[in-house]
Design a protein around this ligand. Structure first.
Ligand SMILES: [Fe+2]
Length: 381
C-alpha cells in the first residue's frame, strides 16, 4: 500500500508574505541567519508582524551546514521564550535548523503544537515542504539527516520578493539543486505517479526559467517560477526520496564545505550516466535499465528529442553540462578551490563509505558498489 499527502499549506504568488499579517498567534519566534537580518530583508517579515500586533523575538544564530551546537542554542531559546509558533526565514540551513530545534524542544518540554511557518529566501532546498533536516556534527564532519513527518512545516510562504537579490552564482547552485531533486525523485525506486507529476513539472520549469533567473535576477516572472519549482521538487522528493547524487554530495559538503547545490551539480552528469549505464547498454545489454526510460522522459520534457534511448539520455547529460557552463557552475571539485588534490584523494574511501550509508542512497535506481562510488569521486576531481 502506498499513500501520498501534502501536509503543508502553501501560500504563493504576489504578496504571499501578507499571510504573516493573518497569523492567528500572539507570540512567535523568528529563526533566521545573520544575512537576513543585516541585509534588512527581515523587515519584510517584521513589519507585517508589527502591523498585526504579533509579539516576536529573532533568533539569528543560524549558520550553513547547521551544527548540533547551534541547534542546542535554538532549543534553549524555544524552551525559554515559549512561542506559539515558529517563523523560519532563510535558505535551507535556517529552515532545517528550525525544524530540528522544534523537534528537540517539543520532546524536552510540552510546548504545545508550535507550528512551523517556513519562508525560503532561496529557490533550492524545498525544505519548506519536506520531512528532512540535515544536521552536521562539526567534529566528525558527518551529516545526519533527520527524517520524520513531525518535521514537515505547517505552512510555507513562497514570495519571490525574497529571492530577487540572490546573486547569480547562488541562483545557479540552488537551481541545480532543484533539478537534482526533481531528477533523483523521478528515477528513485520509491517514485510514484504523484511524485512523478511533481518532478516532471519541476523539470519543465527549470528548463525554461533557471537560466533566465540566473542571467537577470530582476526577472520577477522567472524568479516566481523557480521558487515554485523548488517547492514542487521538494514535494516530489518528500514522497519519492532522493538517490546516490545526494548521498555523495552530502560528503562533499560535510568535508570541504562545497555548497550543496554546487556539489550536486558537479555530480549530476556522472550520476545520470551511472544510473543509466549507457556505455554498457550500448555494447552488450539487450534491455535498458528502468531509469533510461525515465531520463528519456525528462529529456523530452526539456525538448531534447533524439532518435533513440541512448542518444536521448546523452542529450540530457550534455544539456546539464551546457547549462552549468552557461551559468559558470564548476564542472569538477578542483575548480571549486575548496580542497587540495592530496587531501581530496585521501578522503575518497571514507566518503564512499559514508555515501553508501547515507539514507538518500537507499532509493537510487542502480545499486552502487564502493568501487563505483570511489570511481565517481575520482572522476569528479
Ligand atoms: Fe538538495
Amino acid at each position: 500500500m502506498k499513500s501520498f499527502e501534502i501536509k503543508t499549506k502553501i501560500y504563493f504568488g504576489d504578496n504571499a508574505l501578507d499571510r504573516l499579517a493573518e497569523l492567528p498567534y500572539k507570540k512567535v519566534l523568528v529563526i533566521t541567519d545573520p544575512f537576513v537580518v543585516e541585509s534588512g530583508m527581515i523587515r519584510m517579515i517584521t513589519y507585517r508582524l508589527d502591523g498585526s500586533g504579533i509579539q516576536y523575538e529573532i533568533f539569528q544564530d543560524v549558520v550553513p551546514d547547521p551544527p548540533v551546537e547551534k541547534v542546542v542554542l535554538g532549543v534553549k531559546k524555544l524552551t525559554e521564550y515559549k512561542p506559539q509558533a515558529i517563523v523560519a526565514v532563510g535558505g535551507g540551513s535556517a529552515i532545517d535548523s528550525a525544524k530540528a530545534m522544534k523537534e528537540f524542544a517539543t520532546k524536552i518540554e510540552d510546548l504545545g503544537e508550535m507550528p512551523l511557518i517556513a519562508i525560503p529566501t532561496t529557490s533550492g532546498t524545498g525544505s519548506e515542504v519536506t520531512s528532512f533536516s540535515i544536521i552536521t556534527d562539526s567534529e566528525t564532519h558527518i551529516k545526519y539527516p533527520l527524517v520524520s513527518d513531525s518535521l514537515i512545516p505547517a505552512e510555507a510562504i513562497l514570495d519571490a520578493e525574497l529571492v530577487k537579490s540572490v546573486p547569480p552564482a547562488i541562483t545557479a547552485d540552488t537551481g541545480m539543486d532543484v533539478l537534482t531533486h526533481a531528477l533523483e525523485a523521478y528515477v528513485s525506486t520509491a517514485s510514484n505517479e504523484f511524485s512523478n507529476a511533481l518532478a516532471e513539472k519541476a523539470i519543465e520549469i527549470v528548463g525554461v526559467f533557471l537560466q533566465r533567473a540566473n542571467f537577470d535576477g530582476s526577472d520577477t516572472h522567472a524568479r516566481q517560477k523557480m521558487h515554485v519549482a523548488s517547492c514542487l521538487a521538494g514535494l516530489a522528493f518528500n514522497s519519492a526520496s532522493l538517490g546516490l547524487n545526494h548521498g555523495m554530495a552530502h560528503q562533499l559538503g560535510a568535508n570541504f564545505h562545497i555548497p550543496h547545490g554546487r556539489a550536486n551539480a558537479i555530480l549530476l552528469p556522472h550520476i545520470v550516466q551511472f544510473n543509466s549505464d549507457i556505455d554498457q547498454n550500448s555494447r552488450s545489454r539487450k534491455e535498458y535499465l528502468p531509469s533510461v526510460r525515465k531520463y528519456m522522459h525528462a529529456a523530452r520534457i526539456l525538448g531534447l528529442n533524439s532518435f533513440n534511448e541512448i542518444t536521448t539520455v546523452r542529450a540530457l547529460v550534455n544539456w546539464i553540462q551546457f547549462i552549468m557552463k552557461e551559468m559558470d557552475v564548476p564542472f569538477c571539485v578542483s575548480q571549486t578551490g575548496k580542497v587540495t588534490k592530496d587531501e581530496y584523494m585521501s578522503k575518497i574511501s571514507s566518503m564512499a563509505d559514508a555515501a553508501l550509508a547515507d539514507a538518500c542512497t537507499a532509493t537510487n535506481p542502480r545499486v552502487p558498489t564502493k568501487q563505483d562510488v570511489m570511481r565517481i569521486y575520482e572522476e569528479i576531481w
